[in-house]
Design a binder for this molecule. Structure first.
Ligand SMILES: [Zn+2]
Length: 507
């Protein structure tokens, strides 16, 4: 790349707006630290230079590679995939490929090419995006992420900067968070009534000129019942997607019947599979003596009662309803693992902690101390790999998501853990792979441009050293990541990780 070209590139600034206010002390400290860093630092030259290369790059050819068809499960060996700009212009037998003379060639011999990996449940803006979640996701082959809701204009700015090649990061699907009148977080729209909820959908989903603002409304636990049904009705009228936690004021079946596109996290379903769902929901909805962030404790305290009131027939009805309504489920199994295993070393992953801002890690360590020595067997049995497998067998679409950066859940890295846990739940490696590739594209209505490898599709791809269909763990054996037509080879991926470590040292 020439210096003159470099000079034409503008430095993108990390951005956490100054009005960020979180609802508790830890988050407030985190936000103020992030703001200070954001003001002090411009995005790394590394990332900016990478971001500036998009339109000028020659074509890319991944030659003699085994292309995995995530729909049929077949592997097309000795294929070549040619990318021009950010689109695939050829995908077929290597012998018939017309590779441009100036193409950058990635030798795919012995390697496997899969479509983009999505993390369908993240909270990516807990820290300066370009110093933490963004590079970690890209380095791990996660080129798409559904953010469950932060300050909407900040998230949208990142989304557009990434799409325009001005910033490095995963393709973002942007939620805007709606919750009940609890907490004071300014990135949440607090609704108390049906009128509030309708107004929230109208103003957050679309601008005054009618153009789309957020990609979806992200529902949270404390939306009052009337407000939820108002929100659902307005979203249906506008044909606007709403998804997220099932509010405690309604049942999973009611949420599904109201058009909620996806249900997040296993604990909503766990309660739905008991004969006392409404009682458990009422207990959790009572915030009188509850601190924010106590969910795992609440879960554990209810676990024994949940197990004793488990109702397979009701569970079957719930699953049938979800399948009939095409309501997807994002189990986020990995998010429960640290709690289920007493925060042992295997679930804390100390080898990745250097990629985590100290203040975020501090919050995680606080969880270790604050959560009493768990009854691991009880926590483990309160969420269920079998139930996830049963959802799958019942025809409910599953989405891979991590809930990063929940305690010891690492952006990028933990998505691969989730895929392995989905296999443990009874999915085949192919079915697990679909939850992060084809299924997200289907869920988002983007199968015309994403989700599989073919001519005309956006070039979001992961080149693997080994076959993920024989062992899902092979998704971690990344040779190169192609994000929106840009190659991140081993050196570039190492540089992304190095950037995070370096940026966090300023912390
Ligand atoms: Zn979440």
């Amino acid at each position: 790349m020439s210096l003159s070209y470099r000079r034409r590139c503008t430095l993108a600034k990390s951005a956490i707006p100054s009005d960020t206010i979180y609802s508790d002390t830890f988050e407030k400290n985190l936000a103020s630290r992030a703001q200070r860093l954001a003001r002090a630092a411009t995005a790394a030259a590394l990332l900016t230079v990478a971001a500036c290369t998009g339109s000028r790059q020659p074509s890319i050819a991944i030659t003699h590679v085994s292309v995995i068809d995530v729909v049929s499960g077949t592997t097309r060996s000795d294929n070549t995939v040619i990318i021009t700009g950010n689109r695939i212009v050829y995908a077929g037998p290597a012998a018939r490929a017309n590779v441009p003379g100036d193409a950058r060639v990635l030798d795919g011999r012995g390697k496997f090419l899969i479509p983009e990996l999505w993390d369908m449940h993240v909270h990516a803006f807990v820290w300066v995006f370009s110093d933490f979640a963004g590079p970690l996701m890209l380095a791990n082959g996660v080129t798409g992420a559904r953010d469950m809701g932060y300050l909407i204009d900040t998230t949208l700015r990142w989304k557009h900067d990434i799409a325009a090649g001005r910033e490095s990061g995963p393709r973002l699907v942007v939620g805007v968070r709606v919750d009940g009148p609890v907490g004071r977080a300014q990135f949440v729209s607090h609704v108390a009534s049906e009128v509030d909820a309708v107004r929230a959908v109208d103003t957050l989903a679309r601008k005054k000129d009618g153009s789309v603002r957020a990609d979806f409304v992200s529902t949270d636990a404390f939306i009052p019942r009337a407000a939820f049904f108002g929100l659902a009705k307005e979203a249906r009228t506008l044909r606007f997607l709403f998804a997220g936690r099932v509010p405690l004021s309604v049942s999973v079946i009611e949420a599904s019947d109201s058009g909620q596109r996806s249900v997040e996290q296993e604990d909503d379903l766990m309660r739905a599979c008991t004969s006392r769902e409404s009682v458990f929901r009422a207990q959790l909805a009572d915030t009188t003596n509850r601190r924010t962030g106590d969910d795992p404790l609440q879960l554990r305290s209810q676990a024994r009662a949940i197990l004793s009131s488990y109702d397979p027939e009701r569970c079957r009805l719930v699953m049938e309803t979800l399948a009939r309504n095409h309501t997807w489920v994002t189990p986020t199994l990995v998010a429960y693992q640290p709690y289920a295993h007493s925060f042992d070393s295997a679930t804390r992953h100390p080898e990745w902690i250097k990629y985590v801002p100290r203040i975020v890690e501090g919050g995680w360590q606080h969880k270790v101390l604050a959560v009493p020595k768990p009854d691991s067997a009880m926590v483990q049995s309160s969420f269920s790999f079998e139930r996830t497998g049963a959802l799958h067998r019942a025809g409910v679409g599953l989405l891979a998501g991590t809930d990063a950066p929940r305690a010891f859940i690492y952006p990028g890295f933990s998505l691969h853990e989730e895929l392995a846990l989905l296999v443990r739940s009874g999915l085949t490696p192919l079915e697990a792979l679909r939850t992060a590739t084809y299924n997200p594209a289907d869920y988002l209505g983007s199968l015309d441009s994403l989700g599989t490898i073919g001519v005309g599709k956006i070039a979001d791809l992961v080149l693997l050293e080994a076959n993920p269909l024989t062992d899902i763990r092979n998704t971690t054996r990344i040779s190169a990541v192609i994000a929106n037509g840009r190659v991140f080879d081993s050196a570039a991926r190492a540089a992304l990780l190095h950037h995070v470590v370096t940026a966090l040292k300023r912390d």
